[in-house]
Design a protein around this ligand. Structure first.
Ligand SMILES: Cc1ncc(COP(=O)(O)O)c(C=O)c1O
Length: 400
């Protein structure tokens, strides 16, 4: 075998790894370190580490960016979702229709608010909640309390139809927008759809607080309730109105979060360009596509996820993940197992309820993408996928 031939072999077959030092799934680098240190200094000097002006500034800045009337900062997206669902009247064991193809926190939030997840199918094309399947499950449910949908990977949901479905069923529509800070649907920022949209600012997201969340809503009464709810349900006199949480965001986290909001649009555009770079480098490989937003929509590409047809590609998502590991490339399977298959929800008896989502979950593999990544790194990852595909049969025979 010549040196050239060895060089073109995947690492799993003895070739040189594409990333000998390893390529992590995400890397978090604060965009304006100097600015952040200054802000943190101001917070520390103020002696006020919570309930202060930095959180208020973050809320105002985010509300402008998202073009909504109200933003309430919270300690994380999960707590934000719990409080929105509580405020929306979820409870007493009533069903909350939601996708099975989402992160577990969507379902956990409904559970902690007193509801019971009722899982519905994902659309094959853009992998968000299928509005027609959700409508059918709402219609069959006994007194449903809410509809939840997730902007998976930052891909905006089909919000117009979902709103019609929620209205027809007479339930509030709440978005898990954990991945969607910077996404837009037909030119309208994600943030203003449904009753409320809840963003995450945890470290794997496109804008980061360390840990944190933002609830965006057009509903003033809801925003007021949430401000009380994130503070134990305390209206200010310690005579709590309802059982709330401590879900406050600290001033320090708000300072970090503010650093990421400046320039968000440019960073999201860069991520989109990186995703296009990858997609064009693997174009033509049979049985491989990437999760993409609908025409005219903008995704944050919080994740760059490959969707494989194993018969046509020659390897399953699991096998491709193992071959990429040999190349030094870190991968995840967002979302496998899907939530309706997870042990936490085995008791609901819905494990067999979503065959389309099961097929989708079996076929996904998320590859590295972060904001400061350059096009050459994305191309090198894509070239590793091309090399692996070229040797798919040998890899399979060797039991990659
Ligand atoms: C879709 C989705 N919803 C909710 C969450 C939870 O967010 P947080 O960690 O801010 O509570 C995540 C976290 O990754 C997520 O991916």
């Amino acid at each position: 075998m010549t040196a050239d031939q060895v060089a073109s072999l995947p690492a799993a077959l003895g070739g040189t790894p594409a990333f000998p030092q390893g390529l992590p799934l995400t890397v978090v680098r604060v965009p304006d370190r100097e600015g952040l240190l200054k802000r943190l200094g101001t917070v520390l000097d103020s002696g006020r580490l919570t309930n202060g002006p930095t959180v208020a500034e973050l809320e105002e800045t985010a509300a402008k960016l998202l073009q909504v009337e109200h933003v309430v900062a919270v300690s994380n997206c999960t707590a934000g979702l719990m409080l929105v669902l509580q405020a929306a009247g979820v409870g007493a064991g009533r069903p909350v229709v939601m996708p099975g193809f989402t992160f577990s926190a969507t379902a956990h939030a409904a559970h902690w608010a007193g509801g019971v997840p009722l899982f519905a199918e994902a659309l094959e094309e853009n992998v968000t909640l299928d509005p027609e399947d959700a409508a059918a499950r709402l219609a069959a449910a006994d007194s449903p309390a809410a509809l939840m949908a997730t902007h998976v990977y930052g891909t905006p949901c089909r919000v117009e139809r979902l709103q019609e479905v929620a209205d027809a069923a007479g339930v509030p529509l709440v978005y898990d927008a954990a991945h969607g800070l910077g996404s837009s649907r037909a030119g309208v920022p994600v943030g203003g759809f449904g009753l409320a949209e809840v963003f995450s600012m945890s470290p794997t997201k496109v804008a980061v607080a360390g840990e944190g969340g933002l609830v965006a809503t057009r509903d003033g009464a809801l925003a007021e309730t949430l401000r009380c709810a994130r503070d134990y349900g305390n209206p200010g006199d310690y005579d709590t109105l309802f059982p709330g949480l401590n879900a406050r965001m600290s001033e320090l986290h708000a300072a970090v979060a503010l650093t990421w909001l400046a320039g968000l649009e440019e960073r999201v555009a860069h991520r989109g360009a990186l995703a296009r770079e990858f997609t064009s480098a693997v174009a033509g490989l049979p049985g491989l596509r990437t999760a993409q937003p609908d025409e005219g929509d903008i995704s944050t590409f919080k994740d760059l996820t490959l969707i494989l047809d194993a018969d046509r590609f020659g390897l399953t998502a699991l096998e491709l993940g193992r071959a990429l590991k040999a190349e030094g490339v870190d991968t995840r399977r967002y979302f496998h197992p899907p939530v309706h298959r997870q042990r936490a929800y085995a008791g609901l008896g819905q494990a067999e309820a979503l065959p389309r989502t099961d097929r989708l979950a079996d076929s996904v593999l998320t590859v590295p993408l972060w904001t400061q990544m350059d096009a050459a790194t994305v191309r090198r990852t894509a070239e590793a996928v091309v090399r692996i595909h070229a040797c798919a049969e040998r890899l399979r025979l060797q039991g990659v």
